[in-house]
Design a protein. Structure first.
Length: 452
C-alpha cells in the first residue's frame, strides 16, 4: 500500500488558503455535487453492500449528508466569525478574540452500517473547519469503498482529500502517521486501538462508538404510538444502527399491552411475511448473521414475534423477545441487529439503577408522561443523547450535537458541533506597546508591593 501524501495535504493548510471561507465553500460545494450527481450509483453500492432498501439508503445516506452540507454552508460565516472577548481592566488597553482555525489534516475512519453518511458527514465538518482530509471507508462495504476511491479525486484535488481503502492492515499503517485530528466511528474495541495510536503523536480524537442504548416505557403513554416509534428505530437498517433501541425496559403494568403493540407494529410495517417486505434490510455479512443467530439462540425467554432466519439470504426476521435471561450474552453486548429483548422492571427506579450500573449508552429513550419519571432519568443517568417520546430522530437534527460519553465515545459533531470539534480554538490578544501598562509586572517587583 502506498500511503497518503500527508505533506501535500498539510501544505494546503499551512499555505493559509483554507482559512478563508471561499476555499471551504468550494470544497463543500464539490462534495455536495459528488453526492448529488452520483446519488444513484452511491445508493446502489450501499444497497448492495449492506443490503438496505434503496429508499432507506437515499434517506439515511445521501439525503442526510446533503442536508448536513447545506446546513454547514448556511451557517459557516456565523460559526467561524472571531468571537470577541472582553478583557479585565488590568490587561487594558488591549483587544482579544477567540478564532476557530483549521487543525490540519483530519483522518476520517468509517464503519460499514451507514458507510456513506458516516464518511461524508465528518468529512463535510472537517472541510467546513478548513482542514484537509484522508478518508478511510470500511472494508466491509467494498463496492462503496471502490466508488468513493474513484469519485473523490474527480471532485476534490489530491491536496484536499485522499482516499485510503483496506482493512486492519491498511488502517494500522495509516494510524502510524501523524494526523492533526482523528475522527473515528466504529466499535469500542477498535476505538481503543485508535486512541492508543493517536497518543503516540498526541493527536486529538473524536470517537463515535456504540453500546446498548436502552428504552424505558411505562403505562402513562399511548403504547401503540410508542411501539411504532420503537419498532421503526429498531428495525431500520435491520437493527444495524448505533443509536437503535438495543432493548426495552417496560414496567409490569405496561408489559402485555406493549408486547401486543410491538407485534402489531411489526405486522403493520413489514407485513405477515417480513422476508418479502421490500422495506426490510438484510444483515451485512455471514459473520454478523451467525453472531446474531447465536445471540438469539442463547437469549432464553420467549419469541413474541419473528425468530426466523436464513443464512443464505442473510435474513433475520424482526424479532421481539420477552423474559430473556438477564445474564445471557444478548444482554451483555451491543445487539446491532433486528432482535429486541423486552425486559420487565418494577418501576422507573429499577430501570434507572440498571442503566446507571452499566456503561454510559450512546442514546437513551424514555416513554413516560410522568414529570417525575422524566426528571429522574434526566438527573440520574447520562448518555450521549436522550429523547423523550421518540427514538433515533435526534441524530437527524443537525442543530443537535451528536456524540457519546464514556464507553459510547468522546467528542461530538453535526452542524456547528462539527466545526467546533474539528477546529482549534485559538486565543488571540492584541495589546498596544504604548502606554506600557505591563510595567507594573516587571522586576524589580516594587510596583507589585501592596497590590497582591
Ligand atoms: P469497527 O470498529 O469494526 O470498524 C470501524 C473501522 O475501523 C473500519 O474502517 C475498519 O477498517 C477499522 N478497523 C477495524 N479493525 C481495526 C484495527 N484492528 N485497527 C485499526 N482499524 C481497524 O466497527 P464496525 O463493525 O464497522 O461498526 C460497528 C460499530 O460501530 C458498532 O459498535 C456501532 O455501534 C458503532 N457505530 C457507532 C456510530 C456512532 O456514530 N457513534 C455509528 C455507527 C456505528
Amino acid at each position: 500500500m502506498s500511503g497518503p501524501d500527508l505533506a501535500a495535504l498539510r501544505h494546503t493548510v499551512t499555505s493559509g488558503s483554507t482559512a478563508g471561507l471561499d476555499w471551504r465553500r468550494a470544497q463543500l460545494g464539490a462534495l455536495r455535487r459528488l453526492l448529488v450527481e452520483h446519488e444513484a450509483e452511491l445508493v446502489e453500492a450501499v444497497a448492495a453492500d449492506v443490503g438496505k432498501p434503496r429508499l432507506e439508503a437515499r434517506l439515511t445516506e445521501t439525503y442526510v449528508s446533503v442536508e448536513e452540507i447545506d446546513h454547514l454552508l448556511a451557517h459557516l460565516e456565523e460559526w467561524t466569525a472571531p468571537r470577541p472577548v472582553s478583557l479585565p481592566l488590568t490587561l487594558r488597553p488591549a483587544r482579544a478574540h477567540v478564532q476557530l482555525q483549521p487543525k490540519g489534516v483530519v483522518l476520517v475512519v468509517a464503519p460499514w452500517n451507514y458507510p456513506l453518511n458516516l464518511l461524508a458527514s465528518p468529512v463535510a465538518g472537517a472541510l467546513a473547519a478548513g482542514n484537509t482530509v484522508v478518508l478511510k471507508p470500511s472494508e466491509h462495504t467494498p463496492r462503496l469503498a471502490a466508488l468513493v476511491e474513484r469519485l473523490v479525486p474527480l471532485y476534490l484535488p489530491s491536496d484536499v482529500a485522499q482516499v485510503v481503502t483496506g482493512g486492519v492492515e491498511e488502517t494500522t499503517a495509516l494510524l502510524e502517521q501523524r494526523f492533526d485530528h482523528i475522527f473515528f466511528t466504529g466499535s469500542g474495541r477498535v476505538g481503543r486501538i485508535v486512541m492508543r495510536a493517536a497518543a503516540e503523536h498526541l493527536t486529538p480524537v473524536t470517537l463515535e462508538l456504540g453500546g446498548k442504548s436502552p428504552t424505558f416505557v411505562d403505562d402513562t403513554v399511548d403504547l401503540g404510538a410508542a411501539a411504532r416509534r420503537i419498532v421503526w428505530g429498531k428495525f431500520t437498517n435491520a437493527g444495524q444502527t448505533c443509536v437503535a433501541p438495543d432493548h426495552v425496559l417496560v414496567t409490569r403494568t405496561a408489559r402485555d399491552r406493549l408486547l401486543a403493540e410491538l407485534v402489531a407494529a411489526v405486522h403493520e410495517f413489514f407485513g405477515d411475511d417480513p422476508r418479502r417486505s421490500p422495506d426490510l434490510g438484510r444483515i451485512v455479512d455471514a459473520r454478523q448473521h451467525a453472531r446474531l443467530v447465536e445471540l438469539l439462540e442463547g437469549a432464553g425467554g420467549t419469541v413474541v414475534v419473528g425468530g426466523q432466519h436464513d443464512a443464505d439470504e442473510r435474513y433475520l426476521a424482526p424479532t421481539v423477545l420477552a423474559d430473556v435471561d438477564p445474564d445471557a450474552p444478548i444482554m451483555q453486548e451491543e445487539i446491532f441487529g433486528p432482535v429486541l429483548p423486552v425486559i420487565t422492571v418494577a418501576d422507573h427506579q429499577q430501570a434507572i439503577e440498571q442503566i446507571a450500573s452499566r456503561d454510559h449508552p450512546l442514546a437513551l429513550y424514555v416513554f413516560s408522561e410522568r414529570e417525575e419519571v422524566r426528571e429522574a432519568f434526566t438527573r440520574r443517568t447520562t448518555s450521549g443523547g436522550m429523547a423523550f417520546g421518540a427514538t433515533v430522530v435526534h441524530v437527524g437534527a443537525a442543530q443537535l450535537p451528536f456524540g457519546g460519553v464514556g464507553a459510547s465515545g468522546m467528542g461530538s459533531y453535526h452542524g456547528r458541533a462539527s466545526v467546533e470539534e474539528l477546529s482549534h480554538h485559538r486565543s488571540v490578544l492584541d495589546k498596544p506597546l504604548g502606554p506600557d501598562t505591563l510595567r507594573v509586572l516587571y522586576p524589580p517587583f516594587d510596583g507589585l508591593k501592596g497590590r497582591l
